[in-house]
Design a protein around this ligand. Structure first.
Ligand code: AHR
Length: 500
């Protein structure tokens, strides 16, 4: 097959916010403990953080980091994680049936995030707690001093406020699995009251209301409407969580996951606009896709969950340590294309999670840290997408999928900062390569040497290969781009993601 991508370089496009390339660190499994933090590891610094992991996090190029959960936050007492380590309580973490040592808390994490170049996006507990504790945490973190809470922060070694700007009002409160699960009205009320109080304390913060846990929730839509009716004048964003997996041997539908995310984002944007119109609100409310990824939840439900929830209470158990194939990486790349395409409505997005737990980075205790296949499309998109979105039209043959009907085999997004152009493409066809032609107004764009890379399931890694310690076989390789006059011409292998 062959395809053509027509770019409209003169048309206006939404700014691409660096916040589209956020990530997520939860106190879950081995993300914090034995992930970013492992005192005693040969690469650990004086605080116990692994410098080899820190180097990979920097290389990944993420911008924002959501913390400390996730389901964990709905039972978390933030005070447990501050003050002298020896005095911190050890607690049961009911969300993940684990033991939480509290060796890492706000101070350590904020220092680490700063060194990693990540802006902290802090979630408050609206499961077992409410406005008072959220306001206390905000005062502790952001108030300069002269109050008991802010002076406690200073006594704990942090003279200057943390200045955390982004705050999530709870997590997945629509889910019956959530500690403190609520109806939309119950959540809407507590989210609004928490937001009001937090804004009184620090008017500069941005607040994220918790939207649906996934598009298939029976309450999706109604949840957003109700929650926004309570909170629309008080919040800046509403969240969307979206995880994708292959069902059986249906690779074609899995590869078309971005079609589902497109629909989910479009519908959520419509609901936001309907409520804004209903309430006469002019201010924009962004979509914070603050958990998204490929996650084999069938495995979680059938293997991990029964083992975890019938066992004892381990510290840092191996939870949802998905190992990613090239196909998974292609889907991650395609989901990034969907996020870019919605840059006008998506104000933030967080790849969930960062280390070990459904993560682009894996580690072994005492051993190596390495990049999973999904690391590469994220790193290369975050590194190259800048400026504004370039409107484009893809003309390509379609391919059938069981879940989403016919979808074009090629999907793409492009950005430009005025001088350079970045193009992100996926080929969702299963069998044959596809020649893609991209007419450009002149060869000024990219010059004669256009640098491109491709990651393909049919490449070195094959269909099932995954990376492991000391073996990153699944990675992008150089892709030849031919110039035909002013056109760029490239040959994409089946099941591939490319960055030009
Ligand atoms: O990222 C793993 C879990 O997925 C998070 O804790 C939760 O918010 C979601 O269900």
């Amino acid at each position: 097959p062959s395809a053509r991508i027509d770019l409209d370089l003169e048309a206006p496009g939404a700014d691409v916010s660096p916040r589209l390339f956020g990530t997520f660190v939860e106190h879950m499994g081995r993300c914090v403990t034995d992930g970013i933090h492992e005192p005693g590891h040969p690469a650990a610094d004086e605080q116990g953080f692994r410098t080899d992991v820190l180097d990979l996090v920097r290389e990944l190029g993420a911008t924002v980091v959501r913390y400390p959960g996730g389901n964990f936050v709905s039972g978390y007492r933030w005070e447990d994680g501050v003050g002298p380590r020896a005095e911190r309580p050890v607690r049961l973490d009911a969300a993940w049936h684990s033991t939480e040592t509290n060796a890492v808390g706000l101070h350590e994490f904020a220092d680490w995030a700063q060194r990693a170049g990540l802006e902290v996006m802090e979630a408050v507990n609206l499961g077992t707690r409410g406005p008072t504790e959220a306001a206390d945490l905000l005062e502790y973190a952001n108030h300069p001093g002269g109050t008991t809470l802010s002076d406690r922060r200073r006594a704990h070694g942090r003279e200057e406020p943390f200045g955390i700007r982004l705050w999530c009002l709870g997590n997945e409160m629509d889910g019956p699995w959530q500690i403190g699960h609520k109806t939309a009205d119950e959540y809407g009320r507590i989210a609004a009251e928490t937001a009001r109080l937090m804004r009184f304390i620090d008017p500069d913060i941005e607040l994220v209301a918790a939207g649906s846990s996934n598009h298939e929730m029976p309450t999706y839509g109604a949840w957003e409407r109700t929650v926004l009716r309570h909170t629309a004048t008080l919040v800046d964003h509403i969240s969307v969580h979206a995880y994708y997996e292959q069902s059986g041997d249906d690779v074609a539908s899995f590869l078309a996951s971005a079609a589902h995310l497109d629909r989910y984002l479009d519908e959520t944007a419509t609901i936001i606009d309907e409520v804004r119109a209903e309430l006469g609100i002019e201010r924009a409310i962004g979509i914070s896709v603050d958990e998204w990824n490929v996650w084999n939840q069938t495995r979680w439900n059938e293997v991990d969950k029964p083992r975890v929830f019938t066992g004892d209470w381990p510290v840092a158990p191996r939870l949802i340590e998905d190992e990613y194939t090239a196909t998974d990486a292609v889907v991650v790349g395609s989901l990034l294309i969907s996020l870019l395409r919605h840059a006008d409505r998506v104000s933030m997005a967080n790849l969930a999670q960062l280390v070990n737990v459904i993560a682009p980075i894996r580690t072994e205790p005492g051993g190596a840290a390495w990049r999973q296949s999904t690391f590469f499309p994220f790193r290369d998109t975050a590194g190259a997408a800048r400026g504004r979105l370039v409107p484009l039209r893809v003309s390509a043959p379609s391919t059938p999928t069981t879940r989403y009907g016919e979808v074009p085999v090629i999907d793409a997004a492009a950005t430009t900062d005025g001088d350079t152009l970045a193009l992100f493409l996926v080929h969702r066809g299963l069998a044959a390569p596809c020649e893609v032609r991209v007419p450009l107004p002149s060869d000024d764009w990219g010059g004669s040497d256009v640098e491109a890379r491709v990651l393909a399931a049919s490449g070195d890694g094959g269909w099932t290969a995954v990376n492991a310690a000391g073996n990153e076989a699944v990675h992008p390789i150089p892709l030849t781009v031919r110039r035909d006059g002013d056109d760029l011409v490239l040959l994409l292998p089946p099941i591939s993601w490319a960055r030009v």
